[in-house]
Design a protein around this ligand. Sequence first.
Ligand SMILES: Cc1ncc(COP(=O)(O)O)c(C=O)c1O
Length: 389
Amino acid sequence: MVPEVYLDNSATTRVRPEVVQAMVVVMRENYGNPSSSYRRGQAAEQAVKKARCQVAHVFRAEPKEIYFTSGGTESNNWALLGAARARSRRGKHLVTTQVEHPSVLEVFRSLEEQGFTVTYLPVDEYGIIDKEALAASLTPETILVSTMYVNNEVGSIMPLADIARLLKHKAPQALWHVDAVQGFAKLPLFPHDLGIDLVSLSGHKIQGPKGIGALFIRQGLQIPPLILGGGQEKGLRSGTENVPGIVGLGLAAALLWEEREQAAAHMATMKRRLRERVLAEIPDAHANGPQDDTGAPHILSLSFPGVKGEVLLHALEDKGILVSTGSACSSHRAANSHVLTAMKLPPALVEGALRFSLSPDNTLEEIDYTVDCLQEIVPELRRIMALNR
Ligand SMILES: Cc1ncc(COP(=O)(O)O)c(C=O)c1O
């Protein structure tokens, strides 16, 4: 059997053994409902409290600013719908970027249908927000700005400190949401230092479980709940807490945050090797997004013109290598990447793009094996595609 080389860690990650272990303990022994007043319930409540502290610590925030949700998608929906509703009397203008995840873009589309006006900011060829366009878009009517931290397809890191300065000057009235799903616990992000009001994160991108996430809501900010019911999470997110998920998320965040520097250095070394070998050894290959080491250490988008990304993906799968075409983390949609399109890449680069995304568990041997396979497969696929043209 071919060994598996998992290079799709921005789609999701394998849960770390320590996290699995902690979750099993919760499910087997600590199974009370945190709302129950007997001891087993209180123990579960304590476990949730600990996880809240672990997540808050990564943000240098207060535990009471962390609300658990079912994942990044819910956090984004809640933040944006809640903020728009909370501020709708003050204005109707919203700002975001063209390269957000669908869980942000689709919410803005729905807000447009509800009468809001949305500016979708362009990005440069590296996938980084156009700051001049941002400055030009802000008006006294702007009530909400949403910008991601790390782009999930190309690994560009948005210049949050510059955005913070612009917002402070030109739209101090606007709420600011950051989708930090791809950067949380991997790269530093301290919302209070930057004046960010709302931050979304997700468990399954950090070697934690799926179906759990959180929303940071700056203390003092009031946004209405999305989910109504029994009043959990201080009445803002009803539903019995997903205690195993919450415990898993808290521990995964704490472990990754503790190891972030070694993890980032190791992933950056692998990413550099992958990029340099591919560019040197595969004719016409192209690296998309930030060119040197300025992007996130765990995401690399590469294009192989003359080959369809989807076809290459399956050829790599036959060799045990799992990657994605970039936009697939949300669905099986075959549409071309809206991110690469917004970066104005030529169609051949958009069609031939693959995203390689790393975890600290990957090795340089896996990277070398991947490049060796690409060297064998890409020319062969190009020959076949040329014949079929
Ligand atoms: C940038 C970004 N935001 C949001 C999400 C959605 O998170 P979740 O899968 O936890 O709903 C993802 C991943 O799919 C993502 O990459």
